[in-house]
Design a protein around this ligand. Sequence first.
Ligand code: UDX
Length: 465
Amino acid sequence: MKVCVIGAGYVGLVTGACLAEIGHNVICVDKENSKINSLSEGICPIYEIGLEELIKKNLKKKTLNFTADLAGAIRSQDIIFICVGTPPLPNGKPDLTSLDDVSKLIGSCLNGYKIIVNKSTVPIGTAKRVKKIIKENESKRNNKNESFDFDIISNPEFLKEGEAVNDAFFPERIVIGSESHKAVEIMKELYKSIINQDFEYDVKNSRNNRKKIPIIITDSTSSELIKYASNAFLATKISFINEVANICERVGANIIDVTYGMGLDSRIGNKYLRAGIGWGGSCFPKDVRALAFTAEEYGAPANILNAVIQVNNYQRYRIIQKAMDTLGIIEDKIIGVLGIAFKPDTNDTREAPSITIINKFLELGAEVRAYDPVVKKCPREMDDKVIIANDIYETVKNADLLILVTEWPEFLNLDFNKVKSLMKSPNIIDARNMLKKKSLQNLVSITGVSGFNCVLKIIMAIFTI
Ligand code: UDX
């Protein structure tokens, strides 16, 4: 099938490369010429495991092409994926400017039956909005008394950063929302080899245990809500376990055992129950806010959604509080931070917890050194007084406190003897519950509680080495 993907960002590139890999003819469009030039050379502008290889492979197979000529691509292709950004406005409402602009252009370029697929995360009712804009702009063409048919599909993505390529080939479900039976059948055909898990591309030796992928056919509004509700529910699960962990800290319970005990219940499941500093990234924060906004817009109470955001903000505050409990006056103290990205396996720092806590420590007059395996520059939102360290041990040198903020696996192999010898006073806050008790037991005396889990119990427990 002839596919046009508008927007060479995270969602657009992964979707485009995946569709090209399963044999479709894909043209990926972006208004940034420099991005298109480097992509045409097979250079991927984002850090995502396996994506650059997939792009290179399909450029070679000529199933994937990049262009800045949006009108040309719309005219030549039959299925148009909209994958533009919908960043949050200050009130939490998604900004649909790019989406509207693209819809106008699609309207003015219609030259045959087209299916327009909303893949961007868009608020409830956007499929109808896009249809209206295309129709309005199509009118300009009608003075030639021609009109072409088109249909709108809502097809949300559930890609996780760091695993996006895998999630594209092995989705847990495919959601198709539309009022057109014809368009739904064509979309089923488009995704056939993903649904049947019948494609060459092989990651993690997954060929053997491939099961058919469930496909949900529904109306466009329900499809749009599935996306928001899914993300908001995952964020709720995390905020819930963080609230439980704070209770654990007060009553002396062991959060790891608590989550383990909960997670064995198949109605609960053990995923997204890792207590810690809370969620961040380009999706959860904006999607939970957007859903709360929509709820209030339509007169539905958003009590849980607002509480989920509050609990998440509180988790970051807990770190700052624990640092104050340990260090007293923060001014002139040296604080080392391990992890800047909002989670491992990505260089994305959007709404990263590291930004909130580092900015606060700097505001309080501390010297802050931060290390991340892939984030090598100070993020735009972070105070540039931070020192971005080149290696882990440079981060802890003469430090009064070390905070583990992102659970990069390499932090598990820290040489704690060396850390202890380099730090001024060996205090560590493990904000991701990632440290293995055994590796520390002979090095540290954990104050006030017994065992590593206490660290987890206190989430951000402090222990002196
Ligand atoms: C998320 C959704 O998972 C994905 O389906 C959607 O398409 C986009 O948003 P992503 O933002 O890449 O993906 O991050 P994810 O891996 O889901 O983690 C989200 C946040 O929750 C991160 O900050 C992570 O550190 C935090 N998290 C996750 C926890 O604190 N505890 C957990 O148990 C899981």
